[in-house]
Design a protein around this ligand. Structure first.
Ligand SMILES: Cc1cc2nc3c(=O)[nH]c(=O)nc-3n(C[C@H](O)[C@H](O)[C@H](O)COP(=O)(O)OP(=O)(O)OC[C@H]3O[C@@H](n4cnc5c(N)ncnc54)[C@H](O)[C@@H]3O)c2cc1C
Length: 436
């Protein structure tokens, strides 16, 4: 089949990879000037050195990302272990917003022995230990699936103040959602993730980065796709998708139109619905269930967002503000070179303008019960009207692994449809022969 893929994030590129491997003719259209979607790499010059910053995708892990790691291997790419340490700060605990000495290196590496024996740290450590046992037990059971993460923590007898001030906001971070949205997140989504990463244990799973960096990974992916015969076009914004007569017409912003046997929409769910001309009732119903949260990411060198004492700086520095239930975190990208280059996912901090290097606005899916329902309904309409949807919102946890999984499933579905089409064509040809 001749397939158009809209979007070149991990979901679009994976769809292209698996569909082209199955022998389909694939063209990828990306509206941006660069490929990769959220997978961005910046090179920030600082004191004669350069620091690589990855504001929209940074880490992966062999346990939680098996398909992604396999795909990297197929592409001849490698990953390498990296720092994954935390600091945590609750603004309410501090005497003032500027008092940052109460940073709690929650799970690992207590900054010093004195800190380790603080009663609040010991209480948290004990609760964390008990919770990790409950998580093991819960994951092993299958009968209690349909509750929220918040209810799970309450059922697990985690003290209310620690639920509100620590476990919910810290867990919210990997999804970039507010603590309030995290409370409603289905426990099935989050516990699988927490359990595999062993986040609430003294020894979280090792995290990895792409060897050679994120840009190298995307460049290699694009080159390999081209070698496999895939056409990739950047600066090609799709404005409308019209499905007619068993074909798909793709309209571009510059006015030209191309026709394909099928389309994979690998943008986010919100964009997908704006592109489709006359979406079906099923499409409208399912896509109305996906919700997104805006995520501002500021790349900067403003040290004021970090713990006051430098020996408490970690790779991930989480701050929870109970006043508005916001959690924001700062990744210390300059950690290897001991340079103050950070990325913070909040505009809330009054950054010094001269310290800001770049700013990004991402949208991330919110994983709630509606999303889980929409994901299962979506599987039922994949391929209808020669239209497939690929994206991290389509299944799983919403990270790179979901993008690869989504691309893989879509390619399998395209292949199945192609076989049906070929059989239908053979039947029609046979009928024509009989008639003549
Ligand atoms: C701050 C932050 C940190 C993150 N960190 C991690 C991490 O460490 N590990 C991890 O696994 N995940 C991480 N994620 C999540 C992950 O990066 C993204 O969810 C994932 O990359 C999204 O992939 P995608 O292909 O589904 O969508 P996207 O990457 O959004 O790709 C969609 C593409 O479609 C294109 N597009 C949209 N409209 C059109 C159009 N009309 N015409 C043509 N093209 C169009 C867009 O330009 C874009 O390139 C992070 C997310 C954020 C926000």
């Amino acid at each position: 089949m001749n397939i158009a893929i809209i979007g070149s994030g991990i979901s679009g590129l994976s769809s292209a990879w698996y569909a082209s491997k199955a022998g389909h003719q694939v063209s990828v259209f990306e509206k941006d000037v660069r490929f990769g979607g959220h997978a961005i790499e910046l090179s920030i010059p600082f004191k004669g050195k350069k620091v690589a910053v990855n504001p929209g995708y940074d880490l992966c892990n062999k346990v939680v990302y098996p398909k992604y790691v396999n795909l990297l291997e197929e592409l001849g790419l490698d990953i390498q272990p990296c720092e994954f340490s935390y600091s945590y700060r609750n603004l309410q605990d501090c005497e003032s917003e500027d008092e940052r000495t109460k940073t709690l290196p929650a799970f690992q590496k207590a900054a010093n022995l004195k800190q380790f024996f603080r009663p609040d740290f010991l209480r948290l450590a004990l609760t964390t230990f008990k919770l990790s046992k409950k998580i093991d037990q819960f994951v092993a059971e299958t009968n209690k699936k349909n509750i929220s993460f918040y209810s799970f923590l309450q059922d697990a007898n985690v003290p209310q103040d620690l639920i509100d001030s620590f476990f919910v906001p810290v867990s919210a971070r990997p999804w970039g959602v507010r603590a309030t949205d995290m409370r409603d997140m289905p426990v099935t989504v989050i516990l699988d993730w927490i359990n595999k990463l062993q986040i609430f244990t003294p020894r979280p799973s090792q995290m990895y980065k792409n060897t050679g960096g994120v840009k190298h990974y995307i460049d290699t992916f694009v080159t390999s796709l081209r070698e496999q015969g895939v056409s990739l076009q950047s600066h090609a914004e799709v404005s409308k998708i019209i499905r007619v007569n068993n074909q798909v017409r793709i309209h571009f912003s510059d006015g030209h139109v191309k026709e394909f046997d099928g389309v994979v929409i690998a943008s986010n769910a919100k964009v997908a619905m704006t592109l489709l001309d006359r979406p079906t009732a099923d499409e409208q119903r399912i896509f109305s269930l996906f919700r997104y949260q805006k995520n501002n990411v500021i790349v900067h060198s403003d040290e004021r967002v970090m713990p006051k004492e430098k020996n408490k700086w970690r790779y991930f520095n989480i701050v929870y503000n109970p006043a508005n239930h916001e959690t924001f975190s700062t990744m210390w990208f300059g950690i290897d070179k001991d340079l103050p280059v950070f990325s913070t996912n909040s505009r809330e901090m009054p950054f010094k303008p001269e310290k800001i290097h770049a700013e990004f606005r991402f949208e991330q899916p919110i994983f709630d019960q509606n999303t889980v329902m929409a994901q299962s309904l979506l599987a039922g309409i994949q391929g209808d009207n020669n239209t497939w949807f690929s994206g991290v919102y389509c299944q799983g946890h919403g990270h790179h692994e979901s993008g690869v999984e989504s691309g893989h499933r879509v390619a399998k579905s395209i292949d199945a449809r192609s076989k049906i089409r070929s059989a239908e064509k053979r039947e029609m040809n046979a009928e024509e022969v009989c008639v003549s």
